[in-house]
Each structure stands twice: as C-alpha cells, then as structure tokens.
Design a protein. Structure first.
Length: 593
C-alpha cells in the first residue's frame, strides 16, 4: 500500500474551478471569459507560492478543450480531451519549466511547435511556469510569438516574481494577481480533507497549521500529512504545537501573568524552560510581540476581526485583555520591538532576552496616567525589586460571588513600590482566581484601606462610610509633623532630613501641597507620596491628594532679597528713621550710585 501512497497536495489538487480554494475572483473571471468566448491569447498568473497559479492554468487548459462543458463552464471530465488531460497524455497541453529551459534555443523550439494546429480539440495551451527565470534574450525571442500567436494557441505564464518580468511581456498579457489564501479558508479545506482521510483533528490544531503555512495551501497540506503520521491520525493542539516546535499560547499567558506580578524569578524560569526545549531567543521575542498585539486588538470590539487565533482561544484573550491596562500593553510592545531590532547585534543572546523580560516586569510601574515612557525609564524603574503575590478580599458591595484581586506587598519595600505603582487603583479587575492585573485609576487602593475594609466586613458584613471630617490647615500641618516624627522613630535619617527641608500648604477640602527647595528633595517627596497619602487617610479618614511644587533654591532666594541697590537701601533707612531724610536735605548730601 505504501507504493500507492499519494501526498494530499497531489491527491486533492483541484480539478475544476469550483474546487479552487480562496481565488473566487480569478475563477469567476475565467469562467465568464470561456462562456462569452472572450479568451485572451496570453495570460499571466502571478502571486505567492502554493496559492493555485499552476492549478488554475491546468483547469483552464482542460476546460477550453472540453467537448461537453457544463452550464457553469466546468469541464465534464469524461470526454476524450478531458480523459487525455487526466492521464497526462494530451497533445494539446504543453508545460514548460522556465527555470531549466531559459535559453533562446528553448524558446525557439517552443515557437516552432506553435506553428502546428492541434490534432484534437480547439486550442493548444502552453503553460510556462516560473517564467521570470527566462533570460533577457529568451524574453526578446518570445515577444513576437506572444504578441501575434496563431488563433488556436494560448499562452499561460505563471510566476511568483512579477517585478522581474520585462514590461514588454507584461503589456502583451492579461494579468491575474492571486492572493494569499485566508486562514479561515485553509482551515475549512483541511477539515474536509481530514474527514475524507479519517483523521481526527481539533480545529485549533488545523488553525495553527493554517497560520504556519502563511497562506500557502501546498505547505498546509504537507504539514497535515506529516503531523497526521506523527500523531497516528489524532491531531490535538498540544501535539501539533510540539511537532511544529512552536510555543503555545499558554506559555505566553503565563509569561504575561509573571510580568504583571513583577515576578522576575518566575519570568526567567519560564524563559529557561523555553530555551531548554530548543527555542531561539528571537522566536520567543517575536511570539511575545504577537501575543501582546493580540491582547491590544481585544481592547476594541472593532479590531476583533483582526485577531487571528483559534476560536477556542478568543474568549481567553478577551478576558485577559480586559484585565490589563492599555498603557502596559503599548509600553510592552515598544520595549519588545526595541529588543527585537537589537537582537541580531547582541553578543550574548540569552542575556539580551533576559534583559528584555526584566524591563517588561517593571513596565507597569513605569507607565503613568496612560502615557508611554522611554525604554531608559523602564530600565531605571526595573532597579526596584519587590515580590508581589495575589490574594482575594471578599466584597459584599459587589456580590457574594465576586472576588477582588489585591496585591500583598512586603512591608520592607511597600514605601518604595507604592511611589512608583500609580496604576494600582480601585477599579481592580473582577475575576475569580485571576492573576494579578492592576488597572489604571485616578484613585489608589492602598494596603491600609484594604485592611480597614476587611475589618469592617468581618464585624458588620456591610461597608460603612466613616463620618467625613473637616480638613483644616492646622490639622494638615499637625499630621505632617507626625509623619516626620514617624520617619525619625523608624531610623530613616535621610528621609527625615529631606522632609525637614519641606513645608506644606493645605488647600481645603482635600489637597496638600509639598513645597520643596530643589529637585532632589522633590524626588524624595514623590517616592514617599503614596506612603504619605496612606498616613493622611488613616489620620483624617478622608481621601487626601498630595502634590509637589519646586521653588527656587533657598540660598538664591535669600541672596535676591538681601542684595539691594543704594537707593533701595536709603529708602529702607527712611522707613525706619524719617529724620535721615531731613539730615540729607540739611547737609545737601547726595547718594553715590
């Protein structure tokens, strides 16, 4: 039985126009031309490999010589010319491979054959494949015959590189541009063939084959045969990915969860797993870019049609995309794109990929208010290492079955992390057992607030809003002094000294301005802003906003105030003692300028 085996690409090669996949605009035009007897003397079929150029040329050659075509202009398949074409012994169809017959002598031999009329049928059809391989001299020798052939001769030229053909040849042909076959059409065709061959195949597995083929049906059929043999006729998503040596979507989802959790160790371990399986670093980066692109497309329902993933995976992508801030996705794509461009120039490929993933771990901190930051800012923020784990808090205000994902942060690093993580807000994604996916918000959900909320829920099973207190400048200054004392008691000498150089302004009802004297002090103020907000919220039971303002350096400000002109000095002296002016006038004194 093995000697009679025929690969699917040959066994299921289309024999009629209706069975050609994904080229309806071509087949409809050709059938109408046959029906209306508007056949051209020369055709040029161009397009990517494996999309049906040679197949359509053969079907056209068979159909125009059929003695009893159907009403739909398809070959009957039973007349003598059709049977001769099927058995490869037709004298009316000549196929020439221009890759190996590209000289002037080969073209001269072809033109000599054109002079003889067909012995059977109406037309002699010459199919020249890979016509762009003809030499310039051969093209020129072919020009006259191609322009004015006998009425019974039809030339069909096929090529994958139309730009290499001389313009004089193009002007003498009717040009048909074949397009890449869509993933959907390839999947449907593979499903029909799998049914005929008794192959049990998951749709997700066929979708992966269609994606890998890049619009080429011949490649898709070859992969189907290979994987069917590998899996003994039972094709699943996992064994298809294994055989094609591809990283599945689950790997990238796990990487995304680690990035959102800022788990550097977990991310690098996932990378090591992929590298041990033999995947190259550029493949991992490219796959990660495609994964984040799919997440970005899921953000808008209008872009959903651009999502080229198996139908079984689409709900997962939409669910995960709704949990991730758009700023995180866009910033991550920027970092990945930069790493992909620099990969070829990297000496240590593994370290290059690892640095890319480490930067991605801190993209969530580096994105502020939905604005993208440069890669250097991501590198700067990636120096702050913290461990973040996922926990759940029951919220009766949302519902008994809803769980809010909240971060558990180590107490020794909470002040450093909270200052950078502005995107952690009250609009947390609602999903049971979902990974940490903080969403951007104008209000932060602090750790202390969650603790207080948990206490209230346990005691009363309802959320009670604390009575609002009036926030006065005196209260604001008093709380600020308490915070400075707290820093001193905790032994944070540097922070305490910097805060002693600040002063505050309280703007009711809920704003506190930190007035600093230089950029260094402002940096410390911003780093401690989240911790200071928590302290104010605990003391006032209110939502307080903290802003920072830089004024001129204190020494420069004092210099400008004390250095006065002589006239200004004299005016100040008169204010203090008016008799000085009388003395000046009496003695007729002048001020030296």
């Amino acid at each position: 039985m093995s000697e009679n085996y025929i690969v699917s690409a040959r066994k299921y090669r289309p024999q009629t126009f209706d069975t050609v996949v994904g080229q309806g605009h071509i087949t409809t035009t050709l059938k109408n031309a046959i029906k209306n007897q508007h056949l051209a003397h020369a055709y040029l079929f161009c397009g990517p490999r494996g999309v049906g150029k040679t197949t359509c040329a053969r079907i056209l050659a068979k159909t125009i010589n059929c003695e009893h075509p159907t009403e739909d202009m398809e070959a009957c398949g039973v007349c003598d010319p059709c049977m001769g074409f099927k058995n490869n012994n037709s004298f009316n169809v000549f196929e020439l491979d221009a890759a190996s017959n590209n000289s002037v002598d080969d073209i001269r031999e072809l033109t000599n054959q054109v002079r003889f009329a067909p012995q059977q049928g109406k037309y002699k059809v010459y199919i020249i494949d890979e016509v762009h391989m003809l030499s310039a001299q051969a093209f020129n020798a072919f020009l006259k015959t191609l322009e004015e052939p006998p009425p019974y001769a039809i030339f069909i030229l096929a090529t994958t590189e139309k730009h290499k053909i001389l313009p004089t040849i193009l002007s003498r042909c009717q040009i048909f541009d074949f397009k890449r076959i869509t993933t959907h059409d390839i999947v449907e065709h593979l499903q029909s063939i799998a049914g005929k061959e008794s192959i049990i195949a998951e749709e997700a597995a066929l979708h992966i084959i269609a994606q890998k083929s890049e619009g080429c049906m011949r490649d898709a059929l070859s992969m189907l045969d290979r994987i069917a043999s590998f899996t003994n006729g039972r094709m699943t998503y996992s064994n298809t990915m294994e055989h094609l040596n591809l990283l599945d979507a689950d790997f990238y989802f796990r990487v995304t969860d680690s990035l959102l959790s800022q788990d550097v160790a977990g991310t690098l371990l996932l990378l090591d797993t992929a590298l041990e399986k033999g995947f190259e670093g550029d493949v991992i980066i490219s796959g990660l870019a495609e994964h984040f692109r799919n997440l970005l497309l899921c953000k808008d329902i209008r872009m959903a049609k651009l999502l080229d993933v198996p139908n079984d995976h689409k709900p997962i992508f939409f669910e995960k995309a709704n949990q991730i801030p758009p700023s995180f996705i866009i910033s991550s794509l920027s970092v990945i794109n930069d790493s992909e461009l620099d990969y070829k120039n990297a000496t240590n490929k593994r370290l290059h990929v690892e640095m890319c993933l480490i930067r991605l771990c801190y993209v969530l901190q580096a994105t502020k208010s939905g604005n993208l930051l440069a890669t250097d800012d991501v590198k700067k923020n990636s120096n702050n290492v913290a461990s973040i784990q996922t926990s759940t808090v029951q919220n009766p205000a949302i519902g008994a079955n809803k769980i809010i994902n909240t971060p558990q942060i180590n107490n020794s690093t909470i002040q450093d992390i909270a200052a950078n993580n502005d995107t952690l807000g009250t609009d947390m994604p609602i999903k049971a057992a979902a990974p940490l996916t903080p969403a951007p918000s104008s209000r932060r959900l602090s750790l202390n607030m969650l603790t207080n909320l948990d206490t209230i829920v346990n005691q009363t099973n309802t959320i009670k809003v604390a009575e609002k207190k009036e926030f006065t400048p005196e209260i604001g200054i008093e709380i600020f002094e308490k915070y400075k004392q707290k820093l001193h008691n905790e032994g944070k000498t540097m922070l305490y000294s910097q805060f002693c150089q600040m002063r505050i302004e309280v703007l009711p009802p809920d704003e506190v301005r930190l007035i600093t004297t230089n950029e260094l002090t402002e940096t410390y103020a911003k780093d401690q802003r989240s911790s200071l907000i928590d302290f104010y919220n605990d003391e006032t039971q209110m939502q307080v906003r903290i802003t920072t303002i830089i004024i001129e350096d204190k020494n420069e400000l004092e210099t400008k105030v004390t250095v006065l002109s002589k006239t200004e000095i004299f005016a100040e002296m008169i204010k203090k003692n008016p008799q000085i002016l009388r003395l000046k006038d009496t003695l007729n004194l002048q001020i030296e300028y």
